[in-house]
Ligand binder design. Structure first.
Ligand code: R2B
Ligand code: URA
Length: 306
């Protein structure tokens, strides 16, 4: 059973509308987006968000605020980037910032955290009647056979068995959704990387796990149930399956947004060389700016500003 939550409304001249695949939503008088502290009754969502064309999500609230401020400068918008306010200030679950047609949101760590955010985000975009939206996950990851600092634009988001699928338990049964992403957006992003200095990038598969330590084959967690050799064998198999980086949200992000979405993660280390993240703070900060610089370039090109 495959399903995509955001899909095109066949050839409409106004472009693709964000659709929700849930018939119950239309019967509700009010929709409370609880973890955003927004609601269809208390907020005019079309007025607040109707012009959104690019949605960028990432784990950390501070990084997504910095991205919003960076985009404000890049798009040369009026006003002071320091004044950008958190739209979700009524809750501390997620942070949300809007700069022109760009929405920047934090999603926390791991599949359950991002998936709650994505349910409410997709409903928000639907209620706001947004059209032609592209979604990006900008993140960090562990590299598989790549120099640290390399940006991986995801071809397929794969699970622990290297399959392009996301498994979810619904009513006590496992259902499987496809995780294929937009190939056109990925190759456009790779093209953008070649136009930028200091932006090594590749297209590759991204493995999504439910744990940072044992789940990613690390030997340095509080528990470890396998040997160094077994770890290397798993990473080698992943590499052979086309995996170039490992993170913790890509499969559910792809399953929920796939037709118009891309995943862009910088690698903080090469997992064949170790498990601990040893690069100095300033190096890590610069690495984490790379996906932001790449996506900013993509957005400015799409808006005809370069
Ligand atoms: C990348 O980094 C986080 C773990 O450190 C996790 O959210 C991810 O996908
Ligand atoms: N994020 C991950 O999920 N894994 C890493 O190794 C680094 C960042």
């Amino acid at each position: 059973f495959f399903c995509d939550c955001i899909s095109s409304k066949g050839g409409s001249p106004d472009g693709k509308q964000v659709q929700v695949k849930n018939p119950y939503l239309d019967t509700m008088e009010e929709d409370i987006l609880y973890h955003f502290s927004l609601s269809t009754k208390t907020h005019n969502l079309p007025e607040m968000f109707g012009d959104i064309k690019f949605v960028c999500v990432g784990g950390s609230a501070n990084r997504m605020k910095a991205f919003a401020q960076f985009m404000h400068n890049e798009l040369e918008l009026p006003g002071n980037p320091e004044d950008i306010r958190d739209i979700c200030e009524g809750t501390d679950r997620y942070c949300m910032f809007k700069v022109g047609p760009v929405l920047s949101i934090s999603h926390g760590m791991g599949v359950p955290s991002i998936s709650i955010m994505l349910h409410e985000l997709i409903k928000l975009l639907h209620h706001a009647q947004c059209r032609d939206v592209v979604l990006f996950r900008l993140g960090t990851s562990g590299g598989v056979g790549l120099a640290p600092g390399t940006v991986v634009v995801t071809d397929k988001a794969v699970d622990y068995s290297f399959q392009p699928q996301f498994e979810q338990v619904v009513l006590g049964k496992v259902i499987t959704r496809s995780t294929e992403l937009d190939e056109g957006v990925a190759s456009e992003l790779l093209q953008c990387s070649s136009e930028l200095p200091n932006l090594p990038a590749v297209i590759g598969n991204t493995m999504c796990t439910h744990d940072f330590y044992e789940g990613q084959g690390r030997l340095d967690g509080a528990l470890c149930s396998f040997s160094h050799e077994e770890k290397l064998e798993y990473l080698r198999k992943a590499y052979e399956a086309g995996v170039r980086n490992i993170e913790m949200e890509s499969t559910v992000f792809a399953a929920m947004c796939r037709v118009c979405a891309a995943v862009i993660c910088v690698t903080l280390l090469n997992r064949f060389d170790g498990d601990q993240i040893t690069a100095p703070h300033d190096v890590l900060v610069e690495y984490q700016q790379r996906p932001q610089v790449l996506v900013s370039h993509f957005i400015k090109k799409r808006l005809g500003q370069i």
